[in-house]
Design a protein around this ligand. Structure first.
Ligand code: DGY
Length: 329
């Protein structure tokens, strides 16, 4: 038997796309998606040349301890806070993500959440399903318009910009805060104006979080930040759990110091802070902003392309396109 390099795929994805690896690699795909312990991950990574992993797989120095042949960790996600990039770089292992292919579907879903929160869709549906709809009342279920209200975006990468571009259709002015303001042409392209974080908090009617989770951004929105927001404002988190202090958010929502929220991500997910579960002014969603068939297929394809290119195959042979630590190449 030829000694092809080995790839481990930590979850079922799209077999037809993974099959592109088969001419060049011995491929092992886990039949079921689950959370692996540190020692299970270490055992699975040992002996692999490449791995395709997802957000539940936390990969750091301990997990790669016995992975002497490993050359690339391809992450099925644009966010890569599950991977210790420094530890991978120190071991000479490349890390790739799935930047870009999910921008538009995540932006669409952000608007679904924003509109759902503004128009109270989740609560209204629960009420209807519970059999409470006996008569239609003129003043029942009043939500708020979005037109003319200010959209704020914290973190203006490519997803933030895709969210901002859609605001034109809703007639909303856009302000944003980012460590580095966008070049003028990009600001014009999404009709957005850079402001400092305090102004963003004070002036946003809908504040969308679209920044990565790092040690600097953990609890970037906590009790102090929530206190600066308008009591009529709504917070939308499509970025990562941990960027918001969920306990502080639950308190602010319960006390109506903030009108509403829509959350796709949670601190410690899949657990959700119990204080959020009982509130009707928050839309809750199980981390599915990029979950369309087209996008999840595209994400799988990007991971496969990076593995192939890393080993000198495919159109990008030798130039894997999404490497986060190119210094190791
Ligand atoms: C990402 O790509 O980081 C998403 O959160 C996972 O779908």
């Amino acid at each position: 038997m030829t000694d092809k390099p080995r790839v481990w795929v930590s979850r079922p994805t799209f077999p037809g796309i993974i099959a592109r690896l088969e001419p060049h690699f011995q491929v092992t795909v886990e039949a079921e998606e689950r959370k692996f312990s540190q020692s299970e991950l270490a055992a699975r990574l040992a002996g692999q040349d490449a791995v395709i992993v997802g957000l539940k797989d936390r990969i750091g120095a301990a997990e790669i301890g016995a992975a002497e042949r490993l050359r690339i960790v391809a992450n099925l996600g644009v966010g890569y806070d599950n991977i210790d990039l420094d530890a991978m770089s120190a071991a000479g292992i490349a890390v790739s993500n799935t930047a870009d292919v999910l921008n538009e579907s995540v932006a669409d879903y952000t608007w679904a959440l924003l509109l759902g929160a503004a128009r109270r869709m989740g609560a209204a549906e629960r009420w209807l399903r519970a059999g409470h709809w006996q008569a239609t009342e003129f003043k029942a279920w009043l939500g708020s318009d979005v037109r003319g209200r200010t959209l704020g975006i914290l973190g203006m990468g490519r997803i933030g910009q895709a969210i901002a571009r859609r605001a034109l259709g809703f007639g909303m002015p856009v302000i944003y805060h980012n460590r580095t303001p966008l070049p003028e042409a990009d600001e014009r392209g999404c009709n957005a104006r850079h402001v400092d974080k305090q102004q963003l908090l004070r002036e946003s009617d809908f504040l969308v979080l679209a920044l990565p989770l790092t040690t600097q951004t953990r609890h970037a929105v906590g009790a102090a930040e929530l206190a600066q927001m308008k009591p009529t404002a709504m917070l939308i988190n499509i970025a990562r759990g941990g960027i918001v202090d969920d306990a502080a958010l639950a308190t602010a929502l319960r006390e109506r110091r903030l009108a509403g929220a829509a959350l796709d991500v949670f601190e410690g997910e899949p657990k959700v802070h119990p204080g959020l579960l009982t509130l009707d002014n928050v839309v809750l969603s199980p981390h599915i902003a990029s979950a369309t068939t087209e996008t999840r297929r595209a994400m799988t394809s990007v991971a496969v392309d990076n593995v192939l290119a890393m080993f000198g195959h495919g159109p990008q042979a030798g130039r894997p396109p999404n490497i986060l630590n190119p210094n190791v190449l």
